[in-house]
Design a protein around this ligand. Structure first.
Ligand SMILES: [Zn+2]
Length: 184
């Protein structure tokens, strides 16, 4: 089921999400709905707060951008489900790259992030994984991890850039936005 995407300005995006247990009701359906919602909106990553649930669940599907990044071609799967993820280490150089977000349609800004991170998470079967990831995949994970910590990518841009997009953010808060997917 396609769910409405929570846009910037909704306070749910500012909450620190809670860990989920195996007994979380309808977790499998939530994960399926998140994938469907993300793909419908042409996204490559989505965190549960973006569909209004303050739980630590992230879905990723890099298929649309796989050919653009060698580190994505090397991955044996295009999709990932990250439950209760923890970033254990940041390393590598700081890389600046343009990002966008389904919760902030039509806004793209350069964000500085570490190139490499070591993550620990549970997959959809509650199997624990510890993985070191780099490049674009590491960027997606850091962007989505921000969401479960109550942050959005525009929190990480310079004050000058933020000033320059201020009117766009205000329009977004007023839901004065041209957005092709359902939102709330
Ligand atoms: Zn986002």
């Amino acid at each position: 089921m396609i769910l409405p995407v929570v846009l910037y300005g909704n306070p749910v995006l500012r909450e620190v999400a809670k860990p989920v247990g195996k007994d979380y009701p309808k977790l499998k359906e939530l994960i399926e709905d998140m994938f469907e919602t993300m793909r419908n909106a042409d996204g490559i990553g989505l965190a549960a707060p973006q569909v209004g649930l303050t739980v630590r669940v992230i879905v990723i599907d890099v298929s649309p951008v796989k050919e653009d990044y060698s580190e994505l071609k090397d991955r044996n799967t295009n999709t990932a489900v990250l439950i209760n993820p923890i970033i254990l280490e940041h390393s590598g150089e700081i890389v600046q790259k343009e990002e966008g977000c389904l919760s902030l349609p039509k806004i793209n800004e350069k964000v500085s992030r570490h190139n490499t991170i070591k993550i620990k998470y549970l997959d959809e079967n509650f199997v624990e994984h510890i993985e070191t990831v780099s490049g674009f995949f590491a960027r997606i994970v850091q962007h989505e991890y921000d969401h479960i910590e109550g942050l959005v990518f525009t929190d990480r841009i310079s004050p000058l850039r933020k000033q320059l997009i201020k009117s766009k953010l205000i329009d977004l808060t007023k839901r004065n936005v041209d957005c092709k997917y359902k939102f709330k």
